[in-house]
Design a protein around this ligand. Structure first.
Ligand code: IFM
Length: 449
């Protein structure tokens, strides 16, 4: 596959998240997270699955490190479980939790894999949720303290840090609709969660900088396609773009929130924004993490309530999750970000991948050709964006191994490695070998030129 525009030192990675893979939720001093509490509620997760064991990565991380080395990854994005490090999210530090991430980081470095930890991928300590979670401004300050202690512990070996994962998804699904933890259905009253997460990002960034570290945030971004050029559809698309994308990128790169009047909210986001907050949030970043899965088509609402309605995207193949496969949407998105923000820093694709109904065949292989095609076409889209002037430094596929897919339990398989959730047996899929060969070829070519 000709990927002629990617830089020689392009980072080839895979992403995971703590609650989705670690398990060991009650071991070695880990406190409860909002996801432990949420998954214990009957009926909220498909088939009642939980992350109690997940991929048992807490115990099997050596085996997983060996898989990363075999794939030839040069980067690994994982998240740190805040309640493993501080059981209640504040105060006392759990040495056994820190030791685990020490071992993981050392294991990565020993194998030539650069660690890219994310500080928050949704598993908030339940103790903080009891005080209001991200609706409470104080959580942003607790997050900065936690960032500081992680930087002090790992900053001698870990250069690249990601503050938050997908603050939009966490706000909407966790606090707006209630289909993710902490399960609150506040609709547009959830908007202060956006500001408090971004404030937490800004405060954490300041702490990480004290240690001379490189910082990014990973946003879920989607190109918004108006269903038609009618004024009503265009207005609805703009309102959706402001909520999904600009709410989380404008403050970073312009120091201001977008117009949210369509949601009945002014620029203070329900009185949450205080003097100086936006200066912290817009402090320069080393990179932006972009998580891309598909575009979103939007039409004018047909009922009272929100100022937009999602419309189907027809004419594309679909993943097992029923998400449309639109590789060029990734190129479109990257070019849009570059055009929209003159201050856009370099970009890493921090997530991209698809769920497939994978099975281990009788000969022990997992022929996931749809995933290979997905990765191939999306990487070509990244290459095309680089050719159009976007500075993309790396690609982390979602995900290393099949894991706990939130409200879907174990039903969606996104991994390069198949995991049997009864036995924990790991079986590399055909896409694993394909990715390994691609990385090898790209690195060999980079060395020749
Ligand atoms: O599994 C999730 C991940 O935790 C966040 N981004 C999207 C992935 C697939 O749904």
């Amino acid at each position: 596959m000709p990927l002629n525009h990617l830089p020689a030192d392009f980072v080839w990675g895979a992403s995971t998240a703590s609650y989705q893979i670690e398990g060991a939720t009650k071991e070695d001093g880990r406190g409860p997270s909002v996801w432990d509490t949420f998954t214990a509620r009957p009926g909220v997760i498909r088939d009642g699955h939980t992350g109690d064991v997940a991929c048992d990565h807490y115990h099997r991380y050596e085996e997983d490190l060996a898989l990363m080395a075999e794939a030839g990854l040069t980067g690994y994005r994982f998240s740190i479980a805040w309640p493993r490090v501080q059981a209640t999210g504040k105060g006392e530090v759990n040495p056994k939790g820190l030791d685990f991430y020490d071992r993981l980081v050392d294991g990565l470095l020993a194998r030539g894999v650069e660690p890219f930890p994310t500080l928050f991928h949704w598993d908030l300590p339940q103790g903080l949720e009891d005080d209001g979670g991200w609706l409470n401004r104080d959580t942003a300050h607790r997050f900065a303290e936690y960032a500081a202690l992680m930087a002090a512990r790992l900053g001698d070996r870990v250069k690249h840090w990601i503050t938050l994962n997908e603050p939009f998804i966490h706000m909407v699904w966790g606090y707006g609709l209630g289909t993710h933890a902490p399960g609150r259905a506040l609709m547009t009253d959830c908007l202060p969660v956006a500001h408090h997460q971004l404030l937490g990002h800004g405060l954490a960034l300041r702490e990480l900088r004290e240690h001379g570290l490189q910082v990014m945030i990973a946003n879920n971004c989607t190109p918004v396609w108006p269903a038609s050029q009618s004024p009503a559809d265009l207005a609805a698309a703009e309102a959706y773009d402001n909520l999904h994308n600009r709410l989380f990128t404008d403050p970073l790169f312009t120091g201001a929130y977008p117009d949210l009047s369509a949601y009945g909210v002014d620029a203070t986001l329900g009185g949450s924004v205080r003097d100086g907050d936006l200066d912290l949030i817009s402090a320069p970043l080393d990179a932006l993490g972009v998580n891309y899965y598909n575009p979103t088509r939007i039409q004018a609402p047909t009922a009272e309530g929100l100022p937009f309605e999602e419309a189907p995207i027809e004419g594309y193949r679909r993943t097992a999750f029923d998400w449309p496969v639109v590789p060029d949407g990734l190129r479109e998105l990257l070019v849009l970000l570059k055009d929209r923000y003159p201050a856009l820093p370099p970009v890493y694709i921090t997530e991209n991948g698809c769920s497939v109904n994978d099975v281990v065949t009788e000969d022990g292989t997992v022929p996931d050709h749809d995933r290979i095609d997905y990765l191939d076409t999306h990487l070509r889209a990244v290459d095309a964006a680089v050719a159009q002037g976007v500075d993309v430094r790396g690609y982390f596929t979602w995900t290393l191994m099949d894991n706990f897919e939130w409200a879907e339990g174990f039903h969606q398989r996104f991994g390069l490695v198949h995991v049997d959730h009864d036995t924990q047996v790991r079986t590399p899929k055909d896409s694993f070998a394909w990715y390994r060969d691609l990385i090898k070829a790209h690195r060999a070519k980079a060395q020749r030129t």
